[in-house]
Design a protein around this ligand. Structure first.
Ligand SMILES: [Zn+2]
Length: 408
């Protein structure tokens, strides 16, 4: 079995972790900031030093390429992202890019003469500093104009960032690849949750990436004097909101065991000690790996909100903010990952990803799969994020083994 060079990969990982390093041991590399651009330049330098071709597409995706001996060959893409959340950890995304680069170097050194090309890619703005999944959706031809017109990071920040990176908004969609030019997609990533560690399993084979919905709910009552309005005649919007939050949790726990429901923001208006709240605005998000269950949960949660509004004498307004469908990952790729792990004597567990990843964009246009390695304490998106180095190497070897099987 061909294996990666763990020392060479470690040197790369450490060099990368020094770019945008924070005092607490994490990294801060928001999209198109100085540290992010420096990390991407470093990646292409390392690829060139290994004798790999390099390219940057019109969505800013950075790639190292190991060409096939066949001129018309399709490309098997291995990747992740080098951007991070502000004050994030050094493993999220970075591990997948470093391991992809190492897999290409190992394949090149072994002179395998593969019938497909291999590409290690660093996708633009996975974390959503500006848009979220910007590079991978552009490559998949799935980037919506709406996402650029109303980016979550703000329109001004998007335009300033694109200018800093030397990119042109009108050309981003040109990064789309013909599905026929792709032989598949593989991504190694840290789990960012506690399951693999708890189950003492080496490697996670990801079955799919959850879909999610977000809504703004507004409970509307009457703002009144908090001293002179008796309890029995109030229309307190805060009570409807509070009752909904508690009931939504109970509903998920009772009827939807694979789903998560979160109210991440609550605002009461007018917002004073001495005024009964007239309005309560909630940010509601929920996720499921299953499309039918996600749709069912949506219906039940919105009905529940209506029920609680009625119980407290309130009106209710519901605004849809976003819908993302679950992305099941390809069975042949999952099987290849399982076999690669088995050949290395590693234990595996199938699990769904509760976090979004570039693989969900690729899954729409090519066979796609993801490999997870354990996250210590399930901690992620903060400097304490950690994965044992032996687990990182295991993940890279599974990535290499699965890639070679899919490439042949
Ligand atoms: Zn990530």
């Amino acid at each position: 079995v061909l294996r990666v060079d763990p020392d060479r990969m470690r040197a790369d990982f450490d060099a990368l972790a020094a770019i945008g390093r924070t005092g607490a041991g994490g990294v801060s590399r928001p999209t198109f900031g100085d540290a992010h651009l420096a990390a991407r330049a470093w990646f292409l330098e390392r690829a060139a030093a290994a004798g790999l071709e390099t390219r940057i597409d019109s969505a800013g995706n950075h790639s190292a390429v190991l060409r096939s001996t066949r001129a018309d060959a399709a490309t098997l893409v291995l990747g992740s992202h080098l951007d991070s959340v502000p004050d994030g950890g050094r493993f999220d995304g970075a591990l997948g890019v470093v391991a992809a680069l190492e897999a290409l170097r190992t394949a090149k050194d072994a002179r395998l003469g593969l019938p497909v090309g291999l590409e290690a890619i660093d996708f633009t703005d996975e974390e959503g500093t500006l848009v979220g999944l910007l590079g991978s959706e552009a490559l998949a031809g799935a980037l919506r104009l709406e996402a650029l017109a109303r980016p979550r990071g703000g329109r001004d920040a998007l335009l300033a960032g694109l200018a800093r990176a030397g990119l042109v908004e009108e050309r981003i969609a040109d990064a789309r690849r013909e599905p026929g030019s792709l032989a598949g997609y593989l991504e190694l990533h840290i789990e960012q949750g506690p399951v693999l560690e708890r189950e003492r399993v080496d490697v996670g084979v990801v079955t799919g990436i959850v879909g999610s919905r977000s809504f703004r709910l507004e409970f509307i009552g009457v703002a009144q004097h908090a001293g002179t309005t008796p309890m029995g005649v109030r229309r307190d919007a805060g009570l409807g909101a509070a009752a909904f939050i508690i009931a939504a949790r109970a509903l998920a726990l009772r009827d939807h065991p694979d789903c998560v429901v979160t109210v991440g923001s609550v605002t009461l208006e007018p917002g004073a000690f001495n005024v009964v709240p007239g309005r309560a605005r909630l940010a509601l998000e929920f996720r499921s790996p299953d499309a039918a269950r996600l749709a069912a949960l949506e219906g039940e949660l919105l009905e529940l909100a209506g029920h609680e509004a009625e119980a407290y004498g309130l009106d209710l307004e519901i605004v849809l903010v976003g819908r993302w469908e679950p992305a099941p990952l390809d069975p042949t790729v999952r099987a290849a990952i399982g076999r690669a792990a088995q050949e290395l004597g590693l234990s595996t567990l199938e699990l769904a990803s509760g976090a979004g990843h570039d693989a969900q964009a690729l899954a729409g246009v090519t066979r796609a799969g993801m490999i997870f390695v354990p996250s210590t304490g399930g901690v992620s998106h903060q400097p304490a994020e950690h994965t044992e180095w032996s687990d990182c190497v295991n993940g890279a070897n599974v990535l290499l083994g699965a890639a070679l099987e899919l490439a042949r």
